[in-house]
Design a protein around this ligand. Structure first.
Ligand code: ADP
Ligand code: 5GP
Length: 207
């Protein structure tokens, strides 16, 4: 796990732009907190959003497809992206499993006026926020408790028991970073969390 060893570009690497740029919506949460569920909900509201498809070295899960949920690559391919400077940020979120945000998923979309949505870990979220400042809104989705997080991961039935243990261990670190986000939304009752998050996002995009 790389809690402190994070990797991101600098603002000097980012092109400037004359037109009205889109904004960045960054969602981070411990795995199982309900981030995908809430991100999908926000994205179904015609807010001119584009999902930033991350690149990862982990294997596809369930019905996941290359180019839809993630770009699934080998470690060599991932390292080649690092070498070429293709990533805005990347992390070893779990031991031996790399995740990264490609510059190509972000800049052209922002320039075209689209709002780019990120589903990233806390370190990636903080790095993107640091790079983009007020253009970005960072939201931490908090589970009601660690016990409930474990129940949701078991209920989702997509991970082996040892992977669930890894995710829970990581969750404790991630929760300790929540205060560094612009907003925290507790996902206890799903309907309430959906409405709260939609209001936060629409207020930000309309400001
Ligand atoms: P993440 O993307 O954060 O890993 P998911 O969106 O996949 O999490 O949610 C994990 C599981 O918990 C899914 O089975 C989802 O349907 C369920 N879930 C999400 N939000 C809630 C909630 N508020 N109450 C109960 N179950 C939830
Ligand atoms: P999962 O394996 O459950 O899809 O994702 C594991 C964790 O990696 C989640 O917290 C997810 O948000 C995060 N993640 C996905 N893509 C990226 C990325 O591009 N960068 C970073 N830093 N984290 C990512």
């Amino acid at each position: 796990m790389s809690n402190n060893n994070t990797h991101s570009a600098t603002t000097a690497d980012l092109p400037s732009s004359g037109g009205v740029r889109g904004r960045l919506l960054i969602f981070a949460a411990p795995s199982g907190a309900g981030k995908s569920t809430l991100v999908q909900y926000v994205m179904s509201h015609g807010l001119n959003t584009h999902f930033s498809i991350s690149t990862t070295t982990r294997a596809p899960r369930g019905t996941e497809q290359h180019g839809k949920e993630y770009y699934f690559v080998t470690t060599d391919q991932f390292n080649e992206h690092i070498r070429r400077g293709d990533f805005v940020e990347y992390e070893e979120v779990y031991t031996g499993r790399m995740y990264g945000t490609l510059r190509s998923e972000v800049e052209s979309r922002l320039d075209a006026g689209q709002n780019v949505v990120f589903d990233v870990d806390v370190n990636g979220g903080m790095n993107i926020k640091r790079l983009y400042g007020d253009q970005a809104l960072s939201i931490f989705i908090m589970p009601p408790s660690i016990d409930e997080l474990r129940r949701r991961l078991i209920g989702r039935a997509t991970d082996a028991p040892e992977v669930i243990d890894q995710r829970i261990e990581r969750a404790e670190y991630e929760i300790s970073q929540a205060d560094r986000f612009d907003r925290i939304v507790v996902n206890d009752g799903l309907e309430q969390a959906k409405q709260e998050i939609l209001k936060i996002v629409t207020d930000f995009l309309c400001a």
